[in-house]
Design a protein. Structure first.
Length: 297
């Protein structure tokens, strides 16, 4: 297994697709690092992460494209079949590919996260070190999990073009489902609350009026339970937990809604690494099981 792992790693590092993926990930990381700096002056009683999930999502897609195309070529050229004929088991072939693609994913992750964290340095200095480590760990496990999903799809389909399309589509579906439900999951405000409106009059004075406002993202009961279940099952919702993370240094000066946001953020950052690791083990086991039943011609 060591030999096929090394041979796959060499092929990855010799592929121009890998270096294109690195460039895409690096550029998106640099842009995110510059982007987060625009919000530095807006920090007040609540400190919040200003990362844009779309720029890290680009790194994920770059990884998905790289792995699916490189692995798809192994099937197209008959290399996978040759390894099986040489005596390697399907589990060994799968695990060697998982190890090699994980190293590739580490490289793609590193060139994205380093400039992002540099730009986000002002925020990281204000939160506990443990939370900084959990943010980095959660992002790393997220991109590795998407890599494992890519392997699962490609080994199940074994056709290069279909594997790429299916892997890309799967990540897209995960993200779109999250984007549709995240407003309901992260909402901690009551169903109706009194808000203050300001109106500038003709003489330049400001008139304040209070009126009730309905929270359109408020859900309760069975609907809230379903939203929570979707969030904990969806493997890419952890990316949203990072970009929605908030922290309150002085909790005595904040209202209950802000405190609820901070508590939810802390809960998510504590549970995300655990559920991502569970997903990694589960999808790896399923992937090996499915590939063992495939007839490779």
């Amino acid at each position: 297994m060591k030999n096929i792992f090394i041979s796959r790693l060499v092929k990855y590092f010799r592929s121009p697709i890998f270096y294109l993926a690195l460039i895409v990930s690096l550029v998106s990381g640099i842009y995110n690092g510059v982007y987060v700096g625009y919000f530095k002056a807006e920090m007040d009683q609540m400190i919040y992460c200003t990362m844009d999930d779309m720029w890290f999502l680009l790194a994920i897609w770059a990884d998905v494209v790289c792995v699916s195309l490189c692995l798809g070529r192994e099937f197209h050229d008959g290399t996978i079949r040759s390894k099986l004929i040489a005596g390697y088991t399907k589990a060994q072939v799968y695990l060697a590919e998982a190890a090699a693609s994980s190293v590739v994913t580490v490289c793609i992750f590193a060139v994205n996260i380093i400039p992002t964290m540099i730009g986000l340095g002002y925020f990281l200095k204000l939160i506990p070190l443990s939370m900084t480590l959990k943010i980095v760990l959660t992002l790393f496990l997220t991109i590795e999990l998407m890599n494992m999903f890519t392997l699962f799809v490609c080994f199940a389909i074994t056709v290069r073009s279909f594997g790429l399309a299916a892997s890309f589509a799967l990540v897209f579906v995960f993200y779109m489902v999250y984007a549709f439900t995240n407003g309901y999951y992260y909402n901690t405000a009551p169903q109706e609350e009194i808000v203050t409106f300001q109106e500038i009059l003709d003489d330049g004075t400001v008139r304040e009026t209070e009126a009730p406002a309905v929270n359109s993202y408020y859900v309760d009961g069975a609907a809230k339970t379903l939203v929570n279940i979707e969030h904990y099952i969806n493997p890419i919702s952890s990316l949203g937990d990072v970009t929605s993370y908030s922290y309150i240094p002085d909790k005595e000066s904040c209202d209950e809604t802000d405190l609820a946001d901070a508590r939810l953020s802390e809960f998510n950052m504590n549970i995300d690494p655990v559920r991502l690791i569970v997903w990694l083990v589960l999808i790896s086991f399923i992937g090996i099981s499915v590939f063992r039943r495939r007839n490779i011609r």
